[in-house]
Design a binder for this molecule. Structure first.
Ligand code: PHE
Length: 468
């Protein structure tokens, strides 16, 4: 059998993990959730959740993945042979593919907006929705919103972009773990940080931006409710790609001498930093434009193009450059995350079903393309099709973010905390007790994995269940 690939260095491991973690969750979802859930108070809970709950799940997935060097299904079979845990492995093959389906629709929007950013955000809208922008007139937010609404509800444009996005993922995946995933993440992740810093400088220097900065740093604790807490935890899981086997799969490509605690905490810190940076890039711009921070999922696709268009009336070149950089950032971040979901299915098909990497890539592409197409059409021709009261897109989003990810996270921590032997977990997290710092912290980490995380996740799960 062909030797299994592995990441080449510690830097590569952290960049790959960070590549998976940093994505639309940070740039698209985090700012609008901050807006909807009361600003800085939400951020504080989010930070607590990241280290007290997400980190233990991350470590649990890492322990399973690195110990077995196997796909999610094979890993559970190896550690708990002949038990029902293998179904858990299978579930975590399916979950990331469902996420990938709707994720690639939004990834497709970012391709469209990246292209648009070169020439103006209203220019392709229908029925003159933004004709005055295109012809150099005064931009209004309703025109830019109309252009967005028109685009996502049309049939072919979003489908074409969704297909292009998935094709880009497939090409990276086809190149393999080292020459595809590792190389792409190594190059793009550092660039992303530089890009987002440039965008922040632009955003906070806009007149009226200070209000947005204040919104990000001044907590209003009266806004905290159980559902805000659940949203913060859910976002933290989503942002760190947890509960769906991506971290498990990437960990299976990590060599035995790597420090898993260090790479997990390094990833959590980078992911958090990037989310905060994205918040500081988006919120000041939202306030500078006098827009509502709670405008939801369309936030970055409506408010930022509006700002860019508005500023473009006086500073066309600068606005275009920043707009291009912004949507390039969104696109690249989305790609590095999407490939991590893609890889889960590919690793499974190669190792469990004996497919070649190429055929496995084709199979995952076709499956997610079909479901993604339904998600994309659910903004237009299929918007009347409802599953449990949600459009297909919202259903896939809610099913995964509110249920499958939390459920997966719960099972991973329970598996590592209660099913695996404590000595094996210790062995994995401390590399045979050779990493002294990890060995000293092991008691706390184990407590988080065994008790705190599962109990807290159960609470979120029930809160989400009661909420809908
Ligand atoms: N963490 C990614 C983001 O923030 C999303 C993701 C979820 C990636 C689940 C992989 C698995 O965009």
């Amino acid at each position: 059998m062909k030797e299994r690939e592995s990441f080449g260095s510690r830097f590569a491991v952290i960049m790959a993990f960070a590549g998976s973690a940093i994505g639309l969750g940070n740039i698209w979802r985090f700012p609008y959730l901050v807006g909807q859930n009361g600003g800085a108070a939400f951020i504080i809970i989010y930070i607590l959740a990241s280290f007290l709950l997400s980190l233990p799940i991350f470590l649990s997935e890492s322990v399973i993945g690195r110990r077995t060097h196997s796909n999610t299904f094979g890993a559970m079979e190896e550690l708990a042979p002949g038990t029902k845990w293998k179904w858990m492995g299978l579930l975590t093959v399916i979950s990331p593919l469902v996420i990938l389906s709707f994720y690639s629709v939004v990834g497709g929007w970012s391709i469209e907006y990246f292209i648009k950013s070169f020439g103006g955000f209203g220019s392709t809208s229908a029925a003159g929705a933004a004709s005055s922008i295109a012809t150099g007139g005064e931009a209004s937010i309703s025109q830019v919103s109309a252009a967005f609404g028109w685009f996502i509800s049309s049939t072919w444009g979003p489908l074409f972009c969704h297909t292009a996005f998935l094709l880009l993922c497939a090409l990276i995946i086809l190149a393999g773990v080292k020459s595809g995933i590792e190389r792409f993440s190594n190059i793009t992740m550092p660039i992303l940080f530089v890009l987002i810093l440039l965008i922040i400088i632009y955003s906070v220097s806009l007149p009226g931006a200070a209000e947005g900065v204040r919104y990000m740093v001044k907590p209003d604790f009266s806004k905290i409710t159980p559902s805000v807490i659940a949203a913060a935890m859910g976002q933290s899981f989503f942002s760190l790609s947890l509960g769906v086997g991506t971290i498990l799969t990437y960990s299976s490509y990590v060599s035995k001498n790597e420090d898993m605690v260090l790479s997990a905490s390094g990833t959590a810190v980078m992911d958090l930093m990037f989310a905060l940076l994205a918040g500081f890039a988006v919120m000041p711009a939202v306030f500078a434009a006098g827009l509502a921070p709670e405008s939801g999922p369309s936030l970055i696709f409506q408010t930022l193009p509006f700002i860019f268009t508005k500023m473009g009336e006086t500073m066309p070149l600068l606005s275009t450059v920043v707009a291009v950089l912004f949507f390039l950032t969104v696109l690249v971040a989305a790609l590095t995350s999407a490939i991590s979901m893609f890889e889960v299915g590919v690793t499974y098909l190669v190792e469990e079903k004996g497919l070649t990497r190429s055929w496995a890539t084709v199979a995952v592409f076709v499956g997610t393309w079909i479901l993604g197409t339904l998600c994309s059409l659910s903004f237009g021709p299929l918007h009347d099709v409802h599953l449990f009261g949600n459009t297909i897109f919202d259903f896939c989003d809610k099913l995964t973010s509110n249920f499958l990810m939390t459920f997966g996270g719960l099972l991973f921590t329970v598996f590592v905390g209660w099913k695996m032997r404590r000595a094996d977990v210790r062995d994995e997290l401390t590399n045979g007790r050779s990493i002294r710092f990890n060995d000293r912290c092991f008691g706390i980490l184990y407590f988080l994995i065994k008790y705190l995380a599962p109990i807290a996740i159960l609470v979120i799960f029930v809160t989400n269940l009661l909420a809908k």
